[in-house]
Design a protein around this ligand. Sequence first.
Ligand code: NAD
Length: 476
Amino acid sequence: AAQPTTPFAETMVETDPARIHRLFEGQQPKALALRGSSAAERIAKLKRLRELMFEKREAIHAACHADFAKPAAEVEVTEILPVVAEAHHAMRKLKSWMKPKRKRPTLLMFGTSAEVRTEPRGVCLIISPWNYPINLSLGPLVSAIAAGNTVILKPSEMTPHCAAFLQEFLAELFDEDEVAVVQGAVQTSQTLLELPFDHIFFTGSPAVGRIVMGAAAKHLTSVTLELGGKSPVIVDRSAKIKTAATTLIWGKFANNGQTCIAPDYVYVHEAIRDEFIAACREALDALYGPREKLAENDDYCRIVNTKHYERVRGLLDDAIERGAKLPVGTVPANDDRFLAPTLLTQVNEDARIMEEEIFGPLLPILSYTDIEQPIASINARPKPLALYVYATDNDVIETVLSRTSAGGSCVNQAMMHFLHGQLPFGGVNNSGIGNSHGHYGYMAFSHERSVLRDRFSLAFLFRPPYNAFTRWFIRF
Ligand code: NAD
C-alpha cells in the first residue's frame, strides 16, 4: 500500500485573517437573502452536491488514501455513503421540515392561533476533525444548507489532502459568499472563533470543545458540540458471543480505531471471558487475514500521523508496564503509522489507557461478575458518546440502558446508530451538546421561532385597570 504523506499540524499554512474577515463580511448579506429561500431552491443545491459526490468519487478515494491509507471500502461506507444518505433524506423531507407547525391554543390562550416556524440561523461556522474528514465536514454542511444558512467550513489540518479536496469540491458548487472553505490549524481556528457567528457546529475533542464554547460565549453564539470520549461495551453472559466479537472487532478496528463512537473498552462477564477473547481472535483473522501480512493488507487503515502513533504507543506501553497482558499483540512492521489490532487483558483501571480516549487500535478487555460493577465504573466516568450492550436477556439490557447515560447506544451491534437517519446523533455533557443527522441536524442549524396570532383572545383581562373579574379569572 502507498505510504500516507500527511504533514504535521505545524506545517499547515494558516489562512490570512484578512481573508477570513472578508469572507465573514461577504456572507452577511447572503445569509439575509437566504432567509426566504424555498425548499425547492435548497433541494436543488443538495441534489447538485449529491451528484458531484458521485462524480468526484475517485478524488475522494485518492485524498483519503493519501492522508491515512484509508481502505477504499471504508471510504465508500464511512465517507461517501453517509453524506449521500444525509442529502437524500434531507431532499425527501425538507418540505415537511420547513412547514410551520401549528400549535393548538392552551386554555389561557383561547382565541389565538399559533405556530412554530424554523428560520435559518444565518452565518454558520463548521469546524471538523480529521478522522472522517469528508463525512464530518459535508454531513453537517448538508444540514446547514437544508436549513438555509451560509457556511464557513474549517476542515482539519491533519488531513490536508481531504481539506484541499473539500475546498475544490465546494468551490464548484457554491460561491464563497454562501459556502467557503478556510484551511489552517489552531491559529486559523482561533481567528474564526473570534467572529460573531450565528451558530458554530464543532466536531472534535472535548478539550477543544471547551475552547470553542468559551469563544462562543463571548458573542452568545449557539453551539452544537459533537465531541468524543471513552465509549464502553458490556458483554453479558447471555450474549451471542460470535456476534458480539465480530461486530465489536469491526467497530473497533475500522478506521484503525480512530472513530468517535468506536468501542473504547469492553467489560465482559467472567463466565464467558475466555470464549469471548477466542471469538475476538477468530473475528480478527476472518476480517483481516494472517497477522504477519497485515501491514500489506489494503483493508487495514493507518494511524493518521506519527505524533498520534506515538501517543497510542505510549498508552500501550504504560498499560503493559502496569501489568496488562496481550492475548493478541502487536506485530513488527516497517511503517511508523502501523499498529496491529491489539487486545489487552488484566488492565489496571488506573492505567492511562482507561482514562484517555484511546482513538487507536487497542482494545482493553476487562471482566466482571456482577453487572453493578461495570455500571458503577461507567457512571464514575464522564458520560460517553456511545455505549454498547450485548445480551439476549432483556432485563440486563434494560438495566444497562436505564442505569447509565450515553449519547447513543446499540444493542447487540456497534456504531450502526450513526447511520440511522431518523435518530439524533450527539453526545451528552462531556461527549457533546446538541444533535446532528436528519431532522435533528436541520434543527441544529435552525432557530425555532414562535408566532402567535391574536384573533379574539382574553388578553384584555391582563391589562389594567384590574378589577374583580381579573382576580376571578386568575384564580380560575
Ligand atoms: P481536535 O479537537 O483536536 O480538532 C478538531 C478541530 O478543531 C480541527 O479542525 C482543529 O484544527 C481544531 N482545533 C484544534 N485545536 C484547536 C484549538 N486550540 N482552538 C481552536 N480549534 C482547534 O479533534 P481531532 O483530533 O481532529 O478529532 C478527534 C476527536 O474528535 C476525538 O475526541 C473524537 O472522539 C472526536 N470526534 C467526535 C465526533 C462526533 O461526532 N461526536 C466525530 C469524530 C471525532
